[in-house]
Design a protein around this ligand. Sequence first.
Ligand code: ADP
Ligand code: ZN
Length: 764
Amino acid sequence: MEQICEVIIDIAHANVDRLYSYLIPDGMTVEQGSHVLVPFGSANRQREGFVIRVFSLEEYAQRNSSEAGLSPAALKPLLRVIEPYPILTQEQIDLAYWMQKSYYCLLVDALRLMIPSQLRGSRIKEKVERTLRLAHPDEIESQLHSLLDKSGKPRAPKQYEVLETLQKTGLEMSVSDVLAYVPDAQSAISALIKRGYVAEGGHVTFRRPNIGSVSADKQVILNEAQEMAVEAIVRAMELKSGTLLLHGVTGSGKTEVYMRAIERCLASGRQAIMLVPEISLTPQTVGLFQERFSDGIAVLHSRLSAGERFDEWRRIRLGKARVAVGARSAVFAPMQNVGLIIVDEEHEGSYQSETTPRYGALEVAAYRAKQFGCPILLGSATPSLLSYYRALSGRYTLLELPERVQNRPLPQVEIIDMRQEFQAGNNGIFSGKLVQYLDECLENGQQAMLFINRRGYSTFVSCRNCGHVVFCDDCDISMTYHKGENRLRCHFCGSVKPLPTRCPACGKPFIKYFGVGTEQVEEALHQLFPKAVTLRMDTDTIRTKDAMQQMLGAFARGEAQFLVGTQMIAKGHDFPNVTLVGVVAADSTLMIPDYRSTERTFQLLTQVAGRAGRDETPGRVVIQTYSPAHPAIRFAKGHDYKSFYFYELEQRKKAIFPPFSLFIRILFSSDDESQLYSVVSAYADELKSALDENLGKEGERDILLYSASPAPIKRKQRAYRYQILIKLLRTARLSNAIQTIYAFAADHRNELFAMVEVNPQDML
Ligand code: ADP
Ligand code: ZN
């Protein structure tokens, strides 16, 4: 029975982002979600596509009468089906349509998020393991005999040995196992196959990421707060809806709550998705889940090899893994019966995609939760203001773990005023207190973590005579000195420059380096404590897939006493022997011109502080700063999320910043600044008219800010950057406004247009 299908072609272009009909030839099995090869265009080039719908001829004829389509006879037939199972589920296709509408993206761009890129273009193949077994087990004796010569010795000893090995084990064996018993037996194996004594087989194996050293799974008894949280989650799973916010201080056992909730979810026959920020998707976290759920989990993150990524995805798709743990994109995991979606560290900016389509993983999670009929669990020690606001207003259910497990105290936090240190004659990067504590830490055989938000050695280089600062030639930012490479590097575009010996502006040799980065902290530690071993973790030292795992493993085994690092060390880690955490310079994040800098600093300080004293020995935290009175620092000292929340919410209310409003920015760039200026001005005027028209009189007041101007970093990689920045009041009209902006952008494409960002994670 011939059928028709509608296909989206795997080409990301607005002109072809629509359904094309094809004939399914007799005998070819095609389903919704199948990955197919089709002839496309007038030249019939072979293209890959995704089957969105399948029809019988009658259904197609009925549709056609209204839609002026082609008659079936005029349709081109599909060439073949690429993958033996549908690669997209019905839910994923629905989700893609929703994304197309919500983010104004191409349908194919949304679909591409749902499958590993390795699947497209068939770049990765299944890994098949060759196996061997006896072809005729009942004739084995005579076969062995036939391999002997007259004196009873094997004529072909290798063949004899292989046959004997297979007889002894009595099982199908992989070729590699057989070769382990009988080395260099490749040609003997071929000969046995030719003789018909041995039969070949093969089965598909899955490449699994190397989990590495796994901490032993502790059997813990939940405390009362954890117990209550789990029960609340189970009730929500029974109700099949709701959003819960788990606010638990660092070390309160949130992970244990997640795992128990997942156990209950699996026990009810459903699957679970757990999102973790890429940066805290450490081998430790993964190991913990692996230990608890063994092969029932699949891991998805960017450090996997192409083959691993492909296979982990297929294990989920084929139902072999029932828990997907992964970064942002794991929200698209190809599951069909999800009972719980967890978002750990829900306040993290990395849940917002930075590439087209610019989706928010929390929004997508909310959509999927509705599809599946399941609750969402958001967790954090420092929830985003928006989530906590929603929890207090009753939209989310608030669950709290106010204390650390086993009554362990939160670490004592000391604030050191670096201005006083300087006045007292200390111009080093460590305060006296921090040096003393580091020393004690070594004495007691304990470990310390030192956090600094900048990589490199010095964050800028300037002339003491004239004040000239060395900038990147192509970007409007100062360059960072990397001592290891012995040159300057732009952290915006990556370009490098040799070190200046004289000032490029005044010619005097008074070049000086300012601002502390990770390299300098590492060096200072080495000078102070030459016997101690220091590890440095930042994007310069963590380049390969396994580097992070190796470094964390070495630190966990006690091979180093100090770990220096950027944000990478701030979250998720649970090192029982770490009793001291030092924040070398808390001010760097406060200086960033963004309405979120207070919130981000508080979150970061609370998270880093939370790495100390997680086992029996209480921990200590030292925060060095030039602004000790700053609220972000004061509240972090007291581990006082609630006071911080009420303080910061008040500030946001006064200035009508999010969560009371929303920012949208539209970025443009060009080498020609005057052209950029005129294009952006015209664009801004037209967009404003469109908004006014769509929002009406009432809505005009929702637009709190509307500006067209150079971006704060005006030049990047030689191109000038201008932006339209819009601040909208959060009202019922908000989604209408966003849709208007997206639609306008889709209808007014020009070469200078770079992107539309709703709730941009940075505004540089
Ligand atoms: P969080 O994610 O809230 O920072 P974790 O989940 O990492 O905290 O838990 C910290 C430590 O406490 C882990 O080593 C965990 O095994 C342990 N733990 C969790 N719950 C309990 C409990 N009820 N009793 C004892 N130890 C627990
Ligand atoms: Zn640059």
